[in-house]
Design a protein around this ligand. Structure first.
Ligand SMILES: *Cc1c(COP(=O)(O)O)cnc(C)c1O
Length: 387
């Protein structure tokens, strides 16, 4: 893409890059290409597209939008967020070691501990907010550091540039899951991170109506390696879902700013609530990494809020079941607000000891703040918490 296009603002690029006018018809929204195969110019001659696992015009459009929004040289779209993380782990070989955050998405925890271990890949979980602990956990076999820009469920914020320096000094790559952060608020490639990953199922799609995952990088060789793995293993995003994610991206900036603003108000209000023990939100002064978060994030601190209720596992479950607008469900990042109990839902795949060790207590509640009005969400939560 041209330099002039890259100088357009994030919001403008989200609408125009990858959404070029269809030359055949003038349509302002590119058609969805459902073809699985493409007629070739001759035997052994290849056009831009030949077979949809290897490349599809609708997927290419989405990948071009994503690469522009992340500030990378290219992006890949996968059938789910887990497929995208799995692709990164397939860069590793038997005997390699991964250092990952202890505030980790439950599915990533399971992939590392129950699947990657079968191929002889070791994993150590460390507190990513402590660069010294990360450095200490690295050994000569460490080939990958994996963190989340906003940890899950305790919403910890790692110092990306510090972690990138540690990884690179030891000859390892560093990837981050930016699902909670979104490229509208934070762009990890700008901080020296090698691979940025998203569950597009969440904010990028934004409407709870499709699954998808993405990777973006700023190094062409790394992009080629990841593409080779993706094409060889096949977990590509289908054209219809590519369209839905591309449509979601057009309003991403608007959505996440509005949702972050409501999340901050909810976090501030919960902090004053008599039934609430602790509120974890990077936008609050009380958050341990608030100054760092203020430097890294622009436009908001995300729309996930975690808090600890003063109550038992059953009382916490009851509060989660008592909301009217907040739906009791895993997932996050869409226009409708969701509520869940990490100990019994999103982080149930953690071993019980690891849950205790990493502060995933029975009273913890995680909110995904949607686009409903703040006042309605506040009244709904207040009613549920008081029961
Ligand atoms: C949902 C999620 C994933 C996994 O994505 P899927 O699309 O469900 O496969 C990974 N990381 C985070 C932070 C998530 O929220």
């Amino acid at each position: 893409m041209s330099g002039r296009q890259q100088r357009d603002s994030f919001r403008t690029r989200a609408i125009h890059i990858g959404n070029e006018i269809d030359p055949a018809t003038g349509a302002v929204v590119p058609p969805i290409h459902v073809a699985s195969t493409f007629r070739q110019p001759g035997a052994g001659k290849w056009g831009e597209f030949d077979y949809s696992r290897s490349g599809n015009p609708t997927r290419t459009n989405l990948q071009n939008t994503l690469a522009s929004l992340e500030g990378g040289c290219g992006a890949l779209a996968f059938s789910s967020g887990m497929a995208a993380i799995h692709c990164v782990t397939m860069l590793l070989r038997s005997g390699d070691h991964v250092v990952a955050g202890c505030d980790l998405y439950g599915g990533a925890y399971r992939l590392l501990h129950k699947i990657c271990n079968r191929s002889g890949i070791g994993v150590s979980l460390v507190d990513m907010t402590d660069p010294d602990a990360v450095a200490a956990a690295m050994n000569d076999n460490t080939k990958l550091v994996w963190a989340e820009t906003i940890g899950n469920p305790r919403l910890t914020i790692p110092d990306l540039a510090a972690l990138a320096a540690i990884a690179h000094q030891r000859g390892a790559r560093i990837g981050v899951d930016n699902t909670f952060g979104t490229p509208a608020l934070i762009r990890p490639l700008e901080h020296g991170i090698d691979i940025v990953m998203h569950s597009a199922t969440k904010y990028l799609g934004g409407h709870s109506d499709c699954l998808g995952g993405t990777l973006a990088v700023s190094d062409q060789n790394l992009l080629d390696e990841l593409y080779f793995i993706q094409n060889s293993t096949g977990a590509v995003l289908d054209p219809m879902s590519c369209f839905l994610v591309a449509r979601g991206l057009k309003t991403l900036d608007l959505r996440i700013r509005a949702q972050s603003a409501s999340a901050l108000k909810i976090a501030e209000w919960l902090s004053t609530h008599s039934r609430v023990k602790e509120v974890l939100y990077p936008g609050l002064n009380s958050h341990p990494q608030h100054p760092l978060a203020s430097r890294l994030f622009g436009g908001g601190f995300g729309a996930m809020v975690t808090f600890e209720l003063d109550g038992s596992i059953d009382q916490t479950a009851k509060a989660c079941e008592a909301t009217r607008l907040f739906h009791l469900a895993v997932s996050l990042g869409a226009v409708e607000s969701l509520i869940e109990q990490p100990a019994t839902m999103s982080h149930a795949s953690y071993d019980a000891e690891d849950r205790a060790r990493f502060g995933i207590s029975d009273g913890l509640i995680r909110l995904s703040v949607g686009l409903e009005s703040f006042e309605d969400l506040q009244a709904d939560l207040d009613n549920a918490i008081r029961q």
